[in-house]
Design a protein around this ligand. Structure first.
Ligand SMILES: [Zn+2]
Length: 373
């Protein structure tokens, strides 16, 4: 006889307390609130709220502000998330640079830095040391205790933080980034795909679209699929490799071993070539033919994705956001011609155009700490 699935277990006291801590923290995340207001908002008893609040004050997660003067009776001190409390650190390993940023408990970015670092030429140990150096810089600048670090990586990342494959970084195959970086920065480290983190930054800090395909355009092209306000990871966390969708089967060889992938036509290297530009700033100033090239290729790849997944919006991020409304209009026209769904899919520029993956990484750490959904 097939065994029944394991029974659901009642939550233990530690789990209940952790859950209730999350309720209190999210209750004050939007605006400062008194203990009484927190109790009313969460449905917890005043005694439970007071005990949790005392712990959270001791842990540096909350601060109690002075009550406004002048009212009648004893005023209640409002509580808020402590901007000097534990922070989240985001790190991004790009193809040719590395960045780090610090977000405080309220989600405010307190320090950002990005420096060149050639990860095609140097091995992972070199890149991670360089990343650890700038983490020390941004943490010193912010002057906050570090709760955790999240690394954004340009490739396929397993849930335990191993970079399995990054076609643009051939030396970074099967690298246990979370573990290696953890020993360099002496903090809990997780690692995730950069486009997924950029999509989350757009969800939390940008246009808050609960269903969207977020496209991150750089040397590589990735996508974050957001369904009902959550990232869609696929069966093994590998969903969103939009850059390796084939748009020109007889086209150029791709770093992945295939030919004619979207990245070979609409990645930054290809766009620089199409525009005859020396760098991204020049490409953005005078895109020329690169605009049509990018729009045509994105139109083909995105129409396939949108027809398959029924997503109402496509958000163009990274270099695509910087290419402006002309690209948005052309991609929109391509999708209207190819997507069956009505009303037509909306195409938008990302609101978080710069450092999106870094922000998503750092804010993700503090959101998890606060217990935000
Ligand atoms: Zn490819």
């Amino acid at each position: 006889m097939t065994p029944l699935p394991s029974e659901a277990h009642p939550a233990g006291p530690a789990t209940v307390r952790r859950h209730n801590r999350g309720l209190v923290l999210t209750a004050v995340a939007g605006a400062p609130a008194s203990r009484a207001a927190v109790a009313a908002h969460t449905g917890l008893t005043r005694g439970t709220v007071s005990s949790l609040v005392d712990d959270l004050l001791a842990d540096g997660m909350l601060v109690e502000r002075e009550a406004p003067r002048g009212g009648r009776g004893r005023p209640a001190n409002p509580l808020q998330l402590n901007p000097s409390g534990p922070c989240g650190v985001g790190v991004e390993i790009g193809v040719d640079d590395v960045g780090a940023c610090v977000a405080d408990l309220t989600g405010t970015v307190r320090a950002v830095r990005r420096v060149p670092s050639d990860h095609r030429r140097h091995d992972p140990a070199h890149g991670l040391r360089r990343a650890a150096d700038i983490v020390r810089d941004v943490v010193a600048e912010a002057g906050l205790p570090v709760a955790g670090v999240r690394v954004a990586l340009p490739g396929v990342v397993t849930p335990d933080g191993v970079l399995q494959r990054a076609p643009n970084l051939p030396r970074w195959q099967d690298v246990g980034v979370a573990e290696l970086f953890g020993s360099l920065v002496e903090a809990p480290v997780s690692a995730t795909n950069e486009a997924d983190l950029a999509a989350l930054a757009e969800l939390w800090d940008g246009q808050a679209l609960r269903d969207m395909l977020f496209v991150s355009g750089g040397v590589g092209v990735g996508a974050g699929i957001v369904l009902d306000g959550r990232l869609f990871h696929g069966a093994g966390g590998r969903a969103g490799e939009l850059g390796h969708v084939v748009v020109d089967p007889g086209g150029r060889a791709c770093t992945c071993g295939g030919t004619g992938c979207l990245e070979t036509v609409a990645g930054v290297t290809a766009l620089l070539r199409a525009a005859g530009a020396a760098d991204v700033d020049e490409l953005v100033r005078e895109p020329g033919a690169a605009l049509d090239v990018a729009a045509d290729a994105l139109g083909v790849a995105l129409a396939g994705a949108v027809n398959l997944l029924d997503l109402p919006a496509v958000v163009l991020g990274g270099v695509y956001a910087r290419l402006g409304d002309a690209l948005v209009e052309r991609v929109g026209a391509a999708l209207r011609a190819r997507v069956l769904a009505r009303p037509p899919v909306r195409v938008l520029r990302a609101a978080v155009a710069r450092d999106a993956a870094l922000r998503g990484a750092a804010i993700g750490v503090v959101r998890e700490l606060v217990g935000a959904p």
